[in-house]
Design a protein around this ligand. Structure first.
Ligand code: GLU
Length: 469
């Protein structure tokens, strides 16, 4: 039987849950869920200088919002508790000592100034600076105050398979003695993530392209620790709207929770993120959470960048909104309208015009006319070069016809039937329909005037037409 799939998302608490980062985590989550595996959330907080307070909460909230539940990690616990790296320092130390015993790690006694001198020398000689060419002959005993370095024991070419990129290899120049534990006692990312991936039994590692060049180092370390490396699946970058440049904060790459606050639906966001660099094949683009789990596969992750487009996100969001129960749509729309506008009758009109809940706010001004007799310049009532007299007559005619409808039968269909009967006999239908629209809404472009009249009711409709006359 195959080994149970174990994946992890290992963000650093640097204050911002970038969509590209979450997308990579989503791939790990989907793969775990698809295989009935385990998804771990691990917080990589070993770079204390970059840490931003409150980020861990922020990460958890982002995952919860989008629906990426974790089986092990903060708040949940699990067999490898704790899941925050700064609480696991003893473990890294133990691994460091194990490597020292094997002769595969040593204390680095040199000052940063000394390293700088060597670096400059290498630069002058147009050679890459390699620490391993300056290894101390008799390194001091490691007491934790000096950095601990990994000793690359065999400088050679490494080859490996990446699910997305196929066969990869890198020569000896990619290998150098790198720091395992810094002088502040914290491990480097390079060391900590490998210790944790081994301890936690991670089977698949999904991460961005920036880690490819370091993979030979990681392989050397797995070897030194006597561990089998996981399967690597390198995820493509998320590109800005034009598809040229990696999406950065400056291009308006937003924090994931900003999308929540703007009223996007989490399931739509998940759908959108899944398509950034993964191609399910076929025409279909709208997927539920369960669809995504079922269809996700590593071999359909793309090499080239997934393109982030707000229009696409809005379109997908609307498609997901349409799948919601009617009551939920109504509840969300009304909740975003001011109290005096919370009339369920306008819900369909609003819904047609939005692609996320916060769009409702933009419509408040436009829809005021439902609740307040509109003010408008009377010349607006004139259709093309029809005379004012003619417009007035048409409106009078309309009023007398509409008066005959019973108040409780004043529906948009009924109003439409009657007004169209009159309009069809005019030279141009606009000679009636245009002034009716303006009289009811104050706007040249408005929602369907027949629907407006039903919502306004018989009395208000007639009184607005009268006012126009
Ligand atoms: N903490 C790393 C980051 O946020 C994780 C990379 C990885 O998944 O190994 O970039």
């Amino acid at each position: 039987m195959d080994k149970k799939v174990i994946t992890r998302f290992a963000p650093s608490p640097t204050g911002f849950m970038h969509v590209g980062n979450l997308r990579t985590g989503l791939f790990a989550w989907l793969w775990a869920r698809k295989n009935n595996g385990v998804f771990i959330l691990r917080i990589e907080d070993t770079d204390k200088k970059r840490e931003v307070e409150g980020s861990i909460e922020h990460i958890k909230e982002s995952l919860r919002w989008i629906g990426m539940d974790w089986d092990q990690g903060p708040d949940i616990g699990g067999p490898h508790t704790p899941y925050i790296q700064s609480d696991r320092l003893d473990l890294y130390k133990k691994y460091g000592e194990k490597l020292i015993e094997k002769g595969l790690a040593y204390a680095d006694p040199f000052t940063p100034e000394q390293l700088d001198v060597w670096r400059k020398e290498a630069e002058e000689n147009k050679k890459p600076f390699l620490y391993r060419e300056h290894r101390p002959e008799n390194p001091p005993v490691w007491d934790g105050t000096m950095p601990l370095r990994f000793k690359i024991s065999e400088v050679r070419k490494y080859s490996w398979t990446d699910i997305v990129w196929g066969e990869l290899s890198a020569g000896p120049e990619a290998l150098d003695d790198f720091i395992l534990i810094k002088s502040d006692g914290y491990p480097t990312y390079n060391f900590a993530h490998i210790v944790d991936d081994i301890e936690m039994g991670v089977t698949h590692v999904m991460r961005g392209q920036e880690f490819i060049s370091s993979t030979p180092k990681y392989l050397a370390l797995y070897e030194a620790l006597g561990a089998t490396p996981p399967v690597f699946a390198t995820t493509p970058p998320v590109m800005g709207d034009e598809g040229k440049k990696k999406l950065g904060k400056r291009d308006g790459a937003k924090d994931v929770l900003e999308y929540r606050d703007e009223g996007y639906i989490p399931e739509a966001m998940m759908n959108f993120l899944a398509l950034l660099g993964w191609n399910p094949g076929g025409e279909k683009e709208v997927f539920s959470r369960d669809d995504l789990i079922q269809m996700f596969s590593l071999d359909r992750i793309q090499r080239s960048g997934g393109q982030f487009g707000d229009d696409k996100l809005d379109w997908l969001n609307k498609e997901h909104m349409k799948l919601l129960p009617r009551e939920e749509i109504e509840k969300n729309i009304l909740a975003n309208l001011p109290e005096n506008m919370q009339n369920p009758k306008i819900v369909p009109i609003v819904f047609e015009r939005i692609s996320k809940w916060s769009d409702v706010h933009n419509m408040v001004g436009e829809l005021q006319f439902f609740f307040k007799t509109p003010e408008y310049d009377k010349t607006k009532l004139i259709f093309k070069n029809t005379s004012g007299e003619k417009i007035k007559n048409n409106l009078k005619f309309a009023i007398s016809a509409l008066e005959k409808i019973d108040e409780d039968k004043f529906t948009s269909e009924e109003v439409k039937n009657i007004l169209m009967l009159i309009a069809e006999n005019l030279e141009n239908r606009g000679e009636l329909l245009h002034p009716v629209r303006v009289a009811l809404s104050g706007l040249d472009k408005s929602p369907d005037p027949f629907i407006i009249s039903e919502i306004l009711g018989k009395n208000e409709t007639l009184s607005r037409l009268q006012k126009a006359i």
